[in-house]
Design a protein around this ligand. Structure first.
Ligand SMILES: O=C(O)/C=C(\C=C(/O)C(=O)O)C(=O)O
Length: 305
């Protein structure tokens, strides 16, 4: 719409296709966002981008259209530490959504408890410089120690080049850690090259570290290249995501990342993103772990069979 003219970002894809891949029963979209609506939930003054509105109603309609049963709604930087839009989405999900919040050291125990009661189960620490300003590590460690009392985990979003300098901080975190989008590897490098080897070492040496194998559209250099005639195959991302799924099958999650903020050159069809899953989780057992067992164990442990 005319929105893209104002900020240069693209609106999310209207009219996504229905996936050819049949999601397993109870599948969880473990990384998605709600944005505003800005009139009801204003965007944070300190934000580094202004997204188009993307409501809980549209998120849950997409969930049903794609065949997911549940969502994990992740606080995005455009809302800063104002978690109201995300919490509103949880309380209107009928128990089918959990959340990950952004908090500052000033957050009170009552505020954490209220978010827990709404379905929040983690906090997010963002280190991507184009998205956030620097937060002192002592503040983040203090937050991580506090939220551990509620059994929450820490979601981290960083770029692969920054992993060496963040290594000591990450390995000191006292909680389960979930890495967004495999730590954004440079997929033009060899999958067995030093950069990705460091990320795999991070997961190998620290069994509390999980990873989302999502966002091929953000990582791909080749773009949505056709693979056997399929669009959105992002062939250069497949070796990286497969490696993580096959080496750590019980510590991986997947998400659409709808509504896909900050994409400039193409907007993925969410139905085709779902069809990418069998390329990275190549057996029904791996798909069950990635899409159902792992997210249920982390976000709905009380419902574990
Ligand atoms: O949605 C994502 O996970 C990726 C991005 C944005 C955010 O996570 C955010 O603003 O919180 C990005 O790479 O721009």
């Amino acid at each position: 719409g005319d929105f893209t003219k104002t900020t240069g970002w693209m609106d999310w894809y209207t009219g996504p296709s229905r996936p050819a891949f049949q999601l397993p029963a109870g599948a969880v979209d473990a990384h998605c966002h709600v944005f505003g609506p800005g009139a009801e939930f204003p965007y944070a003054p300190e934000r580094k981008y202004t997204p188009c509105d993307a409501s809980k109603h549209e998120l849950y309609a997409l969930r049903d259209h794609l065949g997911f049963a549940r969502n994990v709604v992740v606080q995005a930087t455009c809302h800063g530490a104002d978690n109201r839009a995300m919490v509103d989405a949880l309380v209107h999900s009928g128990g089918k959504a959990r959340g990950v919040a952004t908090v500052r050291r000033s957050v009170t125990d009552d505020e954490i408890q209220a978010m827990h009661d709404a379905g929040v189960r983690g906090v997010r620490f963002n280190f991507v410089k184009r998205l956030v300003d620097f937060t002192p590590k002592d503040e983040l460690l203090e937050i991580a120690s506090r939220i551990a009392r509620w059994g929450w985990h820490v979601v981290i979003y960083f770029e692969a080049v920054d992993l060496p300098e963040l290594w000591d901080f990450f390995t000191a975190l006292p909680t389960t850690i979930v890495v967004d989008h495999m730590g954004r590897p440079d997929v033009s490098q060899p999958v067995d090259g030093p950069e990705f080897e460091l990320f795999l070492k991070f997961m190998r040496q620290h069994p509390n570290v999980w990873s989302k194998v999502s966002c091929p559209e953000r990582l791909s250099v080749t773009g949505p290249k056709a693979l056997d005639g399929e669009r959105h195959a992002y062939v250069d991302v497949i070796p990286f995501a497969r490696r993580v799924v096959e080496e750590f099958p019980d510590r991986v999650l997947w998400g659409t990342d709808w509504p896909h903020p900050n994409l400039k050159d193409h907007m993925p069809d969410d139905g085709l993103l779902v069809d990418f899953i069998p390329h990275i989780a190549t057996t029904p057992e791996l798909q069950q772990q990635l899409l159902v067992d792992n997210p249920m164990r982390l976000y709905w442990p009380e419902e574990q069979r």
